[in-house]
Write a protein that binds this ligand. Structure first.
Ligand SMILES: Cc1cc2nc3c(=O)[nH]c(=O)nc-3n(C[C@H](O)[C@H](O)[C@H](O)COP(=O)(O)OP(=O)(O)OC[C@H]3O[C@@H](n4cnc5c(N)ncnc54)[C@H](O)[C@@H]3O)c2cc1C
Length: 320
């Protein structure tokens, strides 16, 4: 199959997978879709790239997590955050990866806060970046995507803040006995976020988890930071050679890399698929119809639709 055709086919199989709409994002906020900002933590302070914030938001008591994945896993959860209408930008909403906290009453978003906003851009991340603790946020919708949580050998490529979408699956795969190898891609060593979470997993699973940080704009000396076992940092961008080095050959159980997750912009995710082909990590000539090597099942999976964060019955509109 020609690579261009394959790349077009794969577009709907990555995190940008299109789900049917509920229509809730067009409606005003109500108590069941209004979440309070409980805390904010700035994860990066590097002035050359936009900062990344961890926001903890309350979950309304009526909130529901949509059914997916044949009830075998909660799925990869995304929420839509809607910023108030602005001149030139009447419908400002974007999806974010959501992480439910153990108390089940709050969830975290890890957001890269881009400068710029209305009227030229929606500026949803900028809106999230400016909220004060205690403010309320409109979170109209939620969805869950099905993925291969039983994968025995998974290679994860996580660009920038995209690592937020990788940590949960990595943890679940390791808990299920799988082997996980992760490549992160950032401009500067200071931009790598969620290091604490990654290192906890590296310590907990010393034989089945490894991480390589690829830093594109840092000198070799600066990449010489303290690493834990099975963690490395190299200078340069992610390319097919990096994927060959990290994901190629036999893995611990003697098998080859079986599934891949790539999280970044659509262009970055497409580029990784090209690298997988060039590194010969998967035999693309065998692909007939939708490929099975992606960790996200896409059209093969039992995905939820976008659903309202809370059912609409007996719910009052609220002012934000
Ligand atoms: C399924 C899914 C899950 C996502 N999960 C997360 C998540 O967990 N955390 C997160 O931070 N983001 C996530 N995103 C991206 C998020 O939805 C927004 O696209 C992002 O926050 C930018 O939106 P904005 O409205 O602030 O930017 P815009 O208003 O569109 O742009 C504001 C400014 O930022 C620039 N800009 C916007 N995006 C980029 C970019 N990628 N690189 C460089 N410059 C840019 C624009 O050019 C503009 O100057 C996810 C996207 C998808 C599809």
């Amino acid at each position: 199959m020609p690579l261009l055709l394959l790349l077009l086919l794969l577009d709907s199989a990555t995190a940008a997978f299109e789900s049917p709409e509920s229509g809730e994002s067009a409606l005003p906020p109500r108590s069941g879709t209004s979440c309070q900002l409980l805390s904010r933590e700035v994860l990066t302070g590097n002035s050359t790239t936009p900062a990344v914030h961890r926001l903890r938001l309350s979950l309304p008591p009526t909130a529901r997590f949509p059914r997916c994945c044949d009830d075998s896993s909660p799925g990869m959860i995304h929420v839509r955050v809607k910023a108030p209408d602005a001149a030139g930008q009447p419908l400002r909403f974007n999806p974010y990866s959501a992480h439910l906290n153990p108390d089940q009453r709050s969830f975290d978003l890890v957001v890269k806060v881009y400068p710029g906003g209305p009227p030229a851009h929606p500026g949803v991340s900028g809106y999230l970046g400016e909220l004060a603790v205690g403010d309320r946020v409109h979170v109209p919708e939620i969805r869950a995507l099905d993925w291969r949580h039983e994968s025995p050998r998974a290679g994860l490529v996580c660009f920038g803040v995209g690592v937020t979408e990788c940590v949960g699956p990595a943890e679940a795969l390791l808990e299920n006995g799988g082997e996980v190898r992760m490549v992160t891609a950032n401009r500067n060593a200071e931009d790598v976020v969620l290091l604490e979470e990654l290192r906890e997993l590296l310590v907990k699973y010393p034989t089945r988890f490894r991480v390589r940080h690829c830093i594109s704009q840092t000198t070799a000396a600066e990449t010489n930071l303290a690493m834990v076992e099975n963690e490395s940092m190299t200078q340069g961008r992610v390319d097919y050679r990096v994927l060959m080095e990290e994901f190629g050959g036999k893995w611990r159980d003697g098998g080859a890399a079986e599934h891949f997750l790539m999280v970044g912009t659509a262009a970055m995710e497409q580029a990784v698929i090209g690298m997988i082909a060039r590194a010969r990590l998967y035999d693309f000539s065998k692909i007939r119809g939708h490929p099975l090597f992606l960790l996200i099942k896409g059209p093969h999976g039992d995905n939820s639709k976008w659903v309202a964060l809370s059912p609409s019955e007996s719910d009052e509109s609220v002012e934000l």
